[in-house]
Design a protein around this ligand. Structure first.
Ligand SMILES: [Zn+2]
Ligand SMILES: [Zn+2]
Length: 377
């Protein structure tokens, strides 16, 4: 193939031509040399094929990179197999509409083969407490994870003598399919169905992994829990997912799930809680103290004259913000605590209280009206 012309020269573009430059050049040249326009012209047929081959290689990012590095002497030979490029059938109409693109994008066996084989990603759930996500911290977790089988070292075979080259694909893992379309032979490369693209067959399988080359093993992972983590955050560990033969392992995702707290509910960086208080505390005011997630007691001041269903906001004592500095707030919803039973001495006290604090006698209608107006405002 010494007389093979440079692909950039064939298309008449520079080495740093963009994808759309390539497409434009290809379209106009392919139209010019199309067999429909040049019947029985072997020179035009040759040029048409040359243009197609150049575009097929340069429009594929991986192939273009390889061509830029090695030219026509690329390691592993021509991307079109031992037979070289055979040309594909493109309608003249497709060159005007852009319908040719799908033909070339499928030419190297599709994305799967060029990207290589890869194991599945694995999702692992891990429950943490609200206290644990208050500050960034490293923890260790143990889990049964996919790993290369130690018995067969990932080969999947009982012994190395049990591995032989696949007869169907000759150990390549890929097969070439040819179809005659009009005057051209179209070639497609795909994974060998007999060996699933592995290029080898196994006579006696490894008993420990049943030929898969990987097994589940107890492993300890160090993970960093970011401060202010919210429920459902996923941490990614590259290559800790499913291990497969002759391929990249998948990734492991650890999904953090936050245990529900005894009294707090969470709304982003804010914490929300309900606080039951007796009538005297609401009326006279007080200060309540509770143990808090930051290790310091949370003091909630109750002003005199508080009412049930009012809220008190304690600023800056919520969860840390995930980005930036500072913390959210604690919102305290006041609830009236009603004793489940009223005994004799309580009754006497309450009767006395009724005199001073009971329903406004003879003025109920006005009281109801005022309440409704308050509600509306
Ligand atoms: Zn094994
Ligand atoms: Zn095979």
């Amino acid at each position: 193939m010494a007389d093979k012309r440079d692909y950039y020269e064939v298309l008449g573009v520079s080495k740093n031509a963009s994808d759309s430059d390539l497409k434009k050049a290809f379209r106009s040249l392919a139209r010019k040399h199309h067999p429909d326009k040049n019947p029985d012209d072997s020179e035009a047929e040759h040029l048409f094929k040359e243009v197609q081959e150049a575009y097929a290689v340069l429009s594929n990012p991986d192939q273009r990179k390889q061509y830029d590095m090695f030219g026509h002497e690329s390691p592993g030979g021509s991307p079109f197999g031992p037979g070289g490029f055979q040309g594909v059938n493109i309608n003249l109409d497709d060159l005007f509409s852009g319908g040719f693109e799908s033909i070339f994008s499928g030419m190297f066996g599709g994305g799967r083969s060029t990207r290589g084989r890869r194991g599945n990603d694995v999702l692992l759930r891990h429950v943490v407490s609200l206290e644990q996500v208050f500050e960034e911290q490293d923890i260790e977790i143990s889990a049964k994870l996919s790993a290369t089988c130690e018995t067969c070292d990932g080969s999947g075979a009982k012994s190395p003598q049990d591995i032989s080259s696949c007869m169907t694909c000759g150990g390549q893992g890929k097969i070439m399919q040819q179809a005659r379309v009009g005057p051209f032979v179209q070639q497609m490369v795909s994974d060998c169905p007999d060996c699933n693209g592995q290029g080898k067959t196994i006579k006696n399988r490894c008993a420990d992994c049943r030929g898969s080359g990987s097994d589940l093993r107890e492993q300890t992972l160090r993970i960093t829990i970011p401060k202010g983590t919210e429920d459902g955050l996923r941490l990614r560990h590259r290559g800790k997912g499913e291990h497969i033969q002759n391929g990249q392992p998948g990734d492991l995702y650890i999904q953090l799930e936050i245990e529900s707290h005894a009294w707090f509910e969470r709304d982003g960086p804010d914490l929300i809680m309900a606080l039951p208080l007796g009538y005297p505390e609401m009326l006279l005011g007080t200060e309540v103290e509770l143990p808090h997630i930051d290790g310091k007691p949370l003091a909630i001041p109750i002003p005199a004259g508080s009412k049930p269903s009012e809220t008190i906001i304690v600023r800056g004592r919520g969860m840390p913000r995930r980005r930036g500095r500072g913390r959210g707030d604690v919102t305290v919803l006041l609830k009236l605590h009603v004793p489940p039973k009223v005994n004799k001495s309580m009754r006497a006290t309450l009767d006395e209280m009724r005199e001073s604090f009971g329903l406004p006698e003879g003025d109920i209608e006005n009281a109801v009206r005022r309440e409704a107006e308050d509600r509306r405002n």
